[in-house]
Ligand binder design. Structure first.
Ligand code: COA
Length: 172
């Protein structure tokens, strides 16, 4: 029923509307528009039902800066939104899984997300603090900052801070 594909230029307005309606504000839609210009190195997927766009997910480059001065590159998942009338039908899951599959093929090392632990844990995300990784946006709910390890054996558990693309700082 739902197809997942890369976004095209014709999708921009519909993607804006998905975020505005799902979040009930324009901040996430504005962020997506900004990142389209400032961060061409992104994976942007849409979910389509017939000729209607019903969901959108964005993946942008992120990094972990360790306290010993070393760094590792990976990916940040944000934002993700599904039109309210299409929520609870598996669209969000399809978008997340399609993105993770692509990132596996691209041999990325990790994906970070700040979100609902009960939702993202079903895809294999774990609380990042288990790996001593924090996030500047975590706040008091440290369970909400999660990581998905794409290259588990190569991943080092040592103290570090995860950083999203700089545009997220203006957003937070
Ligand atoms: C969160 C969101 C993307 C999920 O998309 P979706 O297509 O509805 O999700 P799916 O159909 O794949 O999965 C639905 C499941 O997720 C669960 N779920 C949805 N939102 C959740 C939340 N905030 N916390 C925990 N579980 C949640 C549902 O309870 C449902 O569980 P079930 O499968 O056991 O019935 C969508 O609800 C949305 O756009 N919300 C508003 C924007 C938002 O919060 N984005 C995420 C930012 S991290």
């Amino acid at each position: 029923m739902f197809q997942i594909r890369q976004e095209t230029v014709q999708d921009n307005t519909a993607i804006r509307q998905i975020h505005e309606r799902a979040f009930g504000q324009s901040a996430e839609a504005d962020l997506v528009d900004r990142l389209r210009i400032s961060c061409p190195d992104q994976i942007s997927l849409v979910a389509v039902a017939g000729d209607q766009l019903v969901g959108h997910i964005l993946f942008t480059p992120a990094k972990i800066e360790y306290t010993d001065g070393s760094k590792v590159s990976g990916i940040g998942l944000a934002p993700l939104a599904v039109l309210p009338e299409f929520q609870g039908k598996g669209v969000g899951s399809l978008l997340i899984q399609a993105g993770l599959d692509q990132l596996h093929e691209l041999k990325q090392s990790f994906v970070i997300v700040l979100g609902h632990p009960g939702y993202y844990s079903r895809f294999g995300f774990e609380p990042a603090y288990r790996y001593q990784i924090s996030c500047e946006f975590t706040g008091e709910n440290r369970e909400a900052f999660m990581i998905y390890l794409l290259n588990h054996p190569a991943f080092q558990a040592k103290e570090g801070v995860a950083r999203y693309h700089p545009d997220f700082s203006a957003f937070a």
